[in-house]
Write a protein that binds this ligand. Structure first.
Ligand SMILES: NC(=O)c1ccc[n+]([C@@H]2O[C@H](COP(=O)([O-])OP(=O)(O)OC[C@H]3O[C@@H](n4cnc5c(N)ncnc54)[C@H](OP(=O)(O)O)[C@@H]3O)[C@@H](O)[C@H]2O)c1
Length: 386
């Protein structure tokens, strides 16, 4: 039997690596000659850091808007987020600039804000306050007003605009991948993403910017390294189930859309002229049954006991009294039922059509799940099996 205590660190399931690459630049990058710059927000986040890696791998010069009190702390924050994924020889192409999305004009002077756009030909707006419990008001500044201001910046420097929206912005009755959203959604976070998504589509239709809207569903662990978003509910449920030796019985399907696949799609679509003026739903077309999750845990050597959801939740709540890492999960568990169905009506088709032969392949879902569990065992995010 696996250990029944959870040894994950409070606040993070991600292994800390002791690597100290050279500091990133907080001055102008060595972007040179006719090369232009891609301005990225949210670069320190789960998806944004993967986007920076993908962009730099393509030879782009990237200017990252990072919040923080000092140039040194901002550079250190980005360096930690990139976690050695950008080769030292490429780091000169990353510039770190200050900016707080929650503040008007990102907390910059008019001149400082305008300077963000210097040499910029593309803006990838990925930064947002991702919080499923707050109402619209506290999220508005970061998620909506900042989007409006960044559209204005892109317009002023004739840059194209890639907006990372979310399937949370898409109403349940919506089918296909409409560029402009009409059906309203519930929940403060989804509403702010909806508002920002509309600002972008309207700005495109008015000819102010050339925009691409990218709406990921749940973004899951990296397909090779299994590096995951420590806050992702699905993956926390899987890990905690393995640690506690109990797994819920759920009536839901699961889609695995790895962060590296999503970031490759964002970069490929944003770099494709014919993608502009369209929206893309970035989720895997293939889904698994929830029953495949306990099966994958068994294949990895665990023997979890299957419990009805509410009994499983009680077991987790009890464990959470002694363990802060589990307690964090408890807050996110709904009382009655748990579902991971990602907008099944939003079947993703546009990306494959637009990219044709360039569409990145996704490994079969069952293999992805098994590979992720095996990688978490190697990194210590799951208990080893005797
Ligand atoms: N993860 C998903 O499953 C998922 C699904 C659909 C859509 N999305 C969208 O994808 C984007 C990235 O999500 P994520 O999961 O990567 O989120 P994340 O890990 O929480 O990253 C959010 C990023 O936004 C930045 N940010 C937040 N508030 C800021 C502020 N006031 N000023 C400057 N930067 C700020 C964060 O910077 P700090 O490091 O300073 O906090 C971080 O870089 C978001 O737009 C989200 O809506 C995510």
């Amino acid at each position: 039997m696996p250990p029944r205590c959870v040894r994950t660190r409070a606040g993070s399931d991600r292994p800390q690596r002791g690597r100290h690459p050279p500091p990133l630049r907080s001055g102008r990058p060595d972007v040179l000659g006719d090369r232009s710059v891609t301005l990225v927000t949210g670069a320190t986040g789960f998806l944004g850091s993967a986007l920076v890696v993908s962009l730099v791998e393509q030879g782009e010069a990237v200017r990252c808007v990072v919040r923080g009190a000092t140039a040194a702390s901002r550079a250190a924050k980005l360096r930690t987020a990139l976690d050695g994924r950008v080769a030292a020889k490429d780091q000169h192409r990353i510039e770190v600039v200050p900016g707080d999305l929650a503040e008007e004009r990102l907390g910059l002077s008019a001149a400082g804000f305008a300077a963000l756009g210097r040499d910029v030909s593309r803006v990838v707006h990925c930064g947002a306050r991702v919080n499923m419990t707050l109402p619209y008001g506290p999220l508005y500044g970061t998620n909506v007003r900042a989007t409006e201001e960044l559209i204005e910046l892109a317009e002023a420097c004739s840059a194209s605009f890639g907006y990372v929206s979310s399937l949370a912005a898409v109403g349940r009755s919506v089918t296909g991948e409409p560029f402009e959203l009409h059906d309203s959604v519930s929940g403060g976070y989804g509403q702010t993403k909806w508002s920002a998504d509309r600002l972008v589509s309207v700005a495109h239709q008015e000819g102010r910017v050339r925009a691409v809207i990218l709406r990921p569903g749940r973004i899951t662990a990296h397909s090779r390294t299994a590096r995951s978003n420590p806050d992702d509910l699905l993956e926390r449920v899987i890990r905690v189930s393995a640690w506690l030796g109990v797994v819920p019985v759920l009536d839901t399907r699961v889609r695995l859309s790895p962060v590296d696949w999503v970031s490759r799609l964002v970069v490929a679509l944003f770099g494709t002229e014919r993608a502009h003026g369209q929206a893309y739903h970035l989720i895997a077309a293939q889904s698994l049954l929830w029953a495949d999750v306990p099966a994958a845990l068994r294949a990895a050597g665990y023997e979890p006991v299957e419990l009805p959801y509410q009994r499983w939740r009680s077991a987790v709540l009890a464990a959470g009294r002694d363990d802060p890492a589990v307690a964090r999960l408890c807050h996110a568990l709904p009382a009655d039922r748990l579902s991971f169905d990602d907008r099944i009506g939003c079947e993703p088709r546009n990306a494959a059509r637009t990219l044709a032969g360039e569409y990145p392949d996704l490994p079969p879902a069952a293999g992805l799940l098994g590979g992720t569990i095996a990688a978490w065992q190697r990194t210590g995010e799951l208990p080893s099996v005797p």
